[in-house]
Design a binder for this molecule. Structure first.
Ligand code: NAD
Ligand code: ISE
Length: 340
């Protein structure tokens, strides 16, 4: 069986996902695309795919069995609600939405529908290195996790489009989600410190240093730097009671020559997480073909949104901003069942 998919948003990641859905993965066909920039949608459309005038037309089309949302964050809510109303499985790039109220509206709609339809694009959960790290922690031989050091560095971000809020409400959401998943824990409070500003980003608030307080008492420190120049560098190290487990550098090949011993550094997220995105869509296609969703859920998107909101408040207050979540609806499983 082939899953017939429509893509909303044909910018950077939309085009990359169209490439993987048409050239890399099987069991799927891109039958429709749409973008507010119709010329961009037409240029990105695979042969034979229809270019729809609006997201609503794409979602309601009988040709489209499942939807992939790659538009900007503030547009996600309306498109998610339309996909849920149509009863169609939907993959939504992060962030799920951009406010707590919007996350609750999406959750309410999915719970009322009665079956999971939404998978959020937290691709780190599908990365082989993060999965091995989680297996070590869950294995328990190192004892309880006490601290997680997460480093999230981008070489650069689009000038003018990436604002000072975005390190916290666009970039940090990955670290928030992976911390919850790796430690099987929830975030209960957030602090933010703003160090000396990098001159490379102009007036942009960059870098930022974030401290996540977890329900277990574990602490997570996150460095977000979005103009680090040298490449896309993602690091993670978990300090446990009886040992430490860390991600390897990627790519893993070590070159030794007259310049010394070194490893290459990926240019951006497309390169670093290429296999994780492939695996995230393999698993999405399998679930969507059954009319449902697995993997990171609306609940996980809601949790990351709360962290982003609290982090933005913490910049202003310079204090610990508490997070309180609603009771978890049964649709999203128990707290400990946070597998990808
Ligand atoms: P982009 O600006 O390159 O592309 C977004 C596209 O969506 C644009 O072509 C724009 O015209 C279109 N669009 C915006 N609003 C729309 C609407 N209401 N209806 C139809 N089309 C609309 O941005 P991008 O970098 O591709 O990011 C898109 C989304 O993917 C964002 O939510 C971003 O956070 C996420 N993203 C995730 C990752 C990841 O690692 N998982 C990486 C990059 C981007
Ligand atoms: C981008 O939208 C992503 O999701 C990338 O994974 C992240 O590293 C980057 O900071 C975001 O802007």
């Amino acid at each position: 069986m082939t899953l017939e998919v429509g893509i909303i948003g044909t910018g950077m990641i939309g085009q990359d996902h169209i490439r993987r859905l048409t050239k890399v993965l099987s069991g799927v066909e891109v039958v429709g695309v749409t973008d507010i920039d119709q010329a961009r949608a037409a240029a990105a459309a695979p042969e034979g795919a229809e270019v729809f005038a609006t997201p609503a037309a794409l979602i309601s089309s009988e040709k489209v069995q499942a939807v992939v949302i790659c538009s900007w964050g503030p547009a996600h809510e309306e498109q998610l609600l339309a996909a849920i109303a149509a009863g169609k499985p939907v993959f939504c790039e992060k962030p799920l939405v951009t406010s707590e109220a919007a996350a609750l509206r999406v959750m309410e709609a999915e719970v009322a529908f009665g079956r999971r339809l939404v998978q959020v694009g937290f691709m780190r959960r599908f990365d082989a290195d993060y999965r091995r790290l989680k297996a070590v922690i869950d294995g328990g031989k190192l004892g309880a996790p006490l601290m997680f050091h997460s480093v999230h560095r981008n070489a650069s971000v689009p000038e003018g489009l990436y604002t000072s809020e975005m390190p916290l409400n666009d970039t940090l959401v990955h670290d928030a989600d992976i911390s919850r998943w790796l430690l099987s824990d929830e975030v209960t409070g957030v602090e933010v410190r703003v160090p000396r500003r990098s001159s490379r980003g102009g007036e942009l608030r960059d870098p930022v240093f974030v401290l996540l307080h977890m329900a277990s008492g574990a602490l997570v420190d996150v460095e977000i730097s979005v103009n680090i120049a040298y490449g896309y560098d993602i690091r993670g190290e978990v300090s446990c009671e009886a040992g430490v487990a860390a991600l390897p550098n990627r790519p893993a090949t070590v070159i030794s020559d007259s310049n010394g011993i070194r490893q290459a550094i990926p240019a951006d997220w497309r390169e670093r997480f290429i296999e994780a995105y492939d695996q995230e869509f393999r698993e999405w296609i399998e679930a969507a073909s059954e009319g449902t969703a697995t993997g990171p859920s609306t609940w996980d998107g809601y949790a990351a949104t709360l962290v982003a909101d609290a982090a933005l408040c913490a910049v202003a207050s310079r204090g610990l901003e508490p997070i309180s979540m609603i009771a978890k609806p049964g649709l999203y499983g128990p707290l400990t069942a946070m597998a990808a």
